[in-house]
Ligand binder design. Structure first.
Ligand SMILES: [Zn+2]
Length: 423
């Protein structure tokens, strides 16, 4: 079903028409709509639910020639339905966002895998998306609020024989189970075959099979260069809880993964109407920091798996011992340069740790062009002419990949701690 609505910019009065691609899910969720006014730059957050398009004060009855766009909660948009200046008749002639997208990309079997994936996410993750954020402060509270965590999880499990949690360790284990479930629901089948996922499986296998002595040495060396406990609760899980809470806004970007495209930027001219650049940039920056701070752990684990010693890095046949301490002293971009020596680590972290994007966001040098839907990053404070440009949807997709790697990182720490506690 396609619904047409009209609204206007509250600052400059610019009129918009929006063609909403809807299915029965609009009755269950508030679908996020984000529009950046090209005439005055005002960022507008609207949403669509069973009561129609909201907020009502922005709605107008009708408009003649005006800026027209399509909207889908799950699909990216093509140029044909993004910010066209169309008359009423032209709008009636324009196809739906779904049809348009299918025509645009015949190889993208939009009806099949995307539909199945979207309904999977709707029933298995989206209803529970706020749980991590609700549980996080209860678990990190001093002392851990065991009763409240238990009550929240009882509501989530919907099982009559749910056992009450007794102590902080059980709360942490339950939280880690939720992290694992979130990850499983976000891992789209084509991701299984990637180098990123295979590396994760190998590291996980090592953590599950290594004996207590090997794990104690690994922990000792990693803890010598970073505070894994603080990273886990102040950065890793906090960042993940925040983004998972708004995961529905990344769905059109995630469809690249459904198609099996994992290189970013993808090179496809697509648009997204579920999220604005400020939120995407803020997510990108917090994921970047959390991942960059985690690198000593992953380098130590990777060394332990490949070279039998967390502190031994093998580069082109040359062995360097004691490298973890040197590595941890580097700043984020130095760390990224260093991991280029390991093809697997480079393939995983380089695409999502773009320090030019991070620098630009940090210095408020990110500017948005609503008409082309690109973010211009002024990454050098001493030379404003130095810029990099990315499509909003591509940066949103980088955030999704960052989120996957953060969920992997959290599982590494959680499993190491749990095994050291229980073996
Ligand atoms: Zn405006």
């Amino acid at each position: 079903m396609t619904i047409g609505e009209y609204f206007r910019c509250p600052s400059c009065g610019q009129e918009f028409a929006i063609k909403l691609q809807m299915d029965e899910t609009y009755k269950v969720f508030d679908w996020p709509i984000h529009v950046s006014c090209p005439s005055c730059g005002t960022e507008m957050d609207l949403y669509f639910n069973a009561q129609g398009l909201q907020p009502k004060e922005l709605l107008i009855k009708d408009a003649d020639r005006c800026i027209t766009m399509g909207y889908s909660a799950v699909l990216p948009l093509t140029k044909d339905l993004y910010f066209r200046n169309l008359s009423k008749n032209e709008r009636i002639m324009a196809s739906t966002p779904f049809m348009n997208f299918s025509f645009f990309n015949a190889s993208f079997d939009a009806a099949g895998p995307l539909g199945a994936w979207a309904s999977w996410l709707m029933s298995n993750l989206i209803p529970y998306r706020h749980y991590l954020a609700v549980l996080h402060p209860l678990i990190t509270h001093e002392p851990c609020n065991v009763k409240a965590v238990s009550a929240k999880l009882a509501a989530l499990s919907e099982s009559p024989d749910y056992k009450e949690l007794k102590n902080e360790e059980e709360c942490v284990d339950a939280f880690m189970d939720l992290i694992h479930a979130t990850y499983r629901n976000l891992v789209i089948r084509p991701y299984e075959g990637t180098m990123m996922k295979q590396h994760f499986n190998k590291m996980l296998g090592y953590l599950l099979k290594a004996d207590k002595n090997q794990l104690s040495i690994l922990k000792e060396k990693v803890v010598g260069v970073m505070n894994t406990h603080d990273w886990l609760w102040d950065e890793g899980t906090k960042t993940v809880a925040d983004i998972v809470g708004g995961i529905q806004k990344l769905m059109p970007a995630m469809s690249f993964a459904v198609k099996g495209v994992f290189n970013v930027p993808s090179g496809e001219e697509l648009y997204i109407m579920t999220v604005g650049y400020k939120e995407v940039d803020s997510w990108f920056a917090s994921c970047y920091e959390a991942l960059a701070h985690f690198l000593p752990f992953v380098v130590g684990l990777n060394n332990a798996y490949k070279n039998g010693d967390a502190d031994k890095f093998v580069v082109d046949g040359l062995e360097r011992a004691g490298i973890l301490e040197d590595f941890a002293k580097l700043d984020a971009s130095g760390r990224i340069n260093a991991i280029r020596q390991d093809a697997e680590l480079a393939a995983i972290y380089e695409p999502v740790l773009n320090n030019r994007i991070r620098n630009a966001i940090q210095h408020k040098g990110d500017k948005f062009n609503a008409t082309t839907q690109t973010i211009v990053y002024h990454y050098d404070t001493t030379d404003d002419s130095k810029v990099m440009e990315y499509r909003l949807i591509d940066v949103a997709y980088m955030v999704f990949l960052q989120l996957l790697h953060l969920l992997e990182a959290i599982q590494f720490v959680g499993i190491l701690e749990k095994r050291l506690r229980t073996i």
